[in-house]
Design a protein around this ligand. Structure first.
Ligand SMILES: C[S@@+](CC[C@H](N)C(=O)[O-])C[C@H]1O[C@@H](n2cnc3c(N)ncnc32)[C@H](O)[C@@H]1O
Ligand code: SF4
Length: 333
């Protein structure tokens, strides 16, 4: 089994299919940094679907069991269902996607038919004003809710709902969000605001710690902890004491989980990153387009993984704050 220097296996691959997005979430792609003149990747820079599927097959042969399609906003990539079908044809891969849900109502059936199993939808608040302010594209909350309903209808479930909590923006709306999804079978996961990239102007003061998030929920609807469903699970699990279902909390800032991290990330232009906070990647597109065979590409990936010792979130400190960092919309959230 392929493991890194800290004995962590390579089990998950996140594939970013585009660095573009129709939202400008303040914690991810703030307008000041991603304005009209921002240089996004050109079409010929993006990996083609065939190239992505080719790499995914190699990753699968190296032990990857789960692939998550992400971005940017993955549903902006035209004919994405074609890629889904190609990835779904790889035996033994659990295939899922993270999306902002804006195009999900139209796409859910096509994605399901192509072989997508499940979906994670990001939704930070049910309060329309708060949601529009956070996505900063004036996008209404009902359309994301319609996307979630469509996904549930076609069986892209269990659906996970990701809510990033940013101090001063949405922490007063967490309880209504939890109430809405309680009893639906969808699993709401609150995510601590992370210091990814440089453009969001992250400050520790903007983070609402998981402990505070949980006590806000517990005060309205009592909860108790649940054992992790597998080692290295990113979210800690909680359930409503009265049987109304589960929620999760991703405490990447206050309780980092680097120890169990088995994730590699492939950017939309084919750079392989071994950490969300990595400063450089390995250019797999150059290998593919340079005519390298599967053996050579597989050795390159194994080499990168066996050298891996990233544990940024555990060593996050004043010294790491100034280091160069890639943006989440580029490397894939
Ligand atoms: C980068 S997005 C890409 C997929 C899609 N556009 C979406 O929003 O679901 C993936 C996830 O990262 C989360 N995210 C983005 N920036 C973040 C940050 N600074 N801290 C924590 N989570 C963040 C988003 O809320 C989303 O759930
Ligand atoms: S979090 Fe997702 S929806 Fe929001 S700007 Fe980033 S990529 Fe777009």
């Amino acid at each position: 089994m392929l493991t890194d220097k800290l004995q962590r296996p390579l089990r998950d691959l996140r594939i970013s299919v585009t660095d573009r997005c129709n939202f400008r979430c303040v914690y991810c792609m703030p307008k000041e940094a991603f304005g009209r003149d921002h240089a996004f990747l050109g079409r010929d820079q993006l990996l083609t679907f065939e190239e992505i599927a080719h790499l995914a097959r190699i990753f699968s042969s190296l032990g990857v069991k789960k692939v998550r399609i992400t971005g940017g906003e993955p549903l902006l990539r035209r004919d994405l269902e074609r890629l889904v079908a190609m990835l779904a044809a790889i035996p033994g891969l659990d295939l899922t996607m993270t999306t902002n849900g804006s195009l999900l109502a139209e796409k859910a059936q096509l994605l399901r038919d192509a072989g997508l199993r499940r979906v994670t939808v990001s939704l930070d608040s049910l309060d329309d004003g708060v949601f529009r302010a956070m996505n900063d594209a004036d996008f209404p909350v009902e359309r994301v809710l319609a996307g979630i309903e469509a996904a549930a209808r076609v069986g892209l479930s269990p659906i996970k709902i990701n809510a990033v909590v940013r101090r001063g923006m949405n922490e007063h709306t967490l309880l209504p969000l939890a109430r809405h999804f309680r009893g639906t079978g969808h699993v709401l996961r609150f995510i601590e605001y992370m210091d990814v990239g440089h453009s969001n102007g992250w400050l520790l003061d903007h983070v609402v710690p998981a402990a505070e998030i949980l006590s806000r929920i517990d005060a309205g609807m009592p909860i108790e902890p649940v054992e992790p469903s597998y080692p290295g699970e990113v979210a800690t699990r909680w359930r409503y004491r009265d049987g109304g279902g589960e929620i999760g909390v991703v405490a990447s800032v206050t309780q980092p989980f680097c120890q169990g991290c088995s994730r590699a990330r492939l950017s939309a232009e084919g750079q392989l990153f071994t950490c969300l906070f990595a400063t450089s990647g390995q250019d797999l597109r150059a290998l593919l387009r340079g005519g390298a065979g599967d053996g050579a590409i597989s050795s390159a990936i194994s080499g990168v993984w066996s050298d891996r010792e990233d544990r940024y979130s555990e060593i996050r400190s004043g010294q790491t704050a100034g280091l160069p960092r890639i943006e989440m919309s580029y490397v894939g959230g």
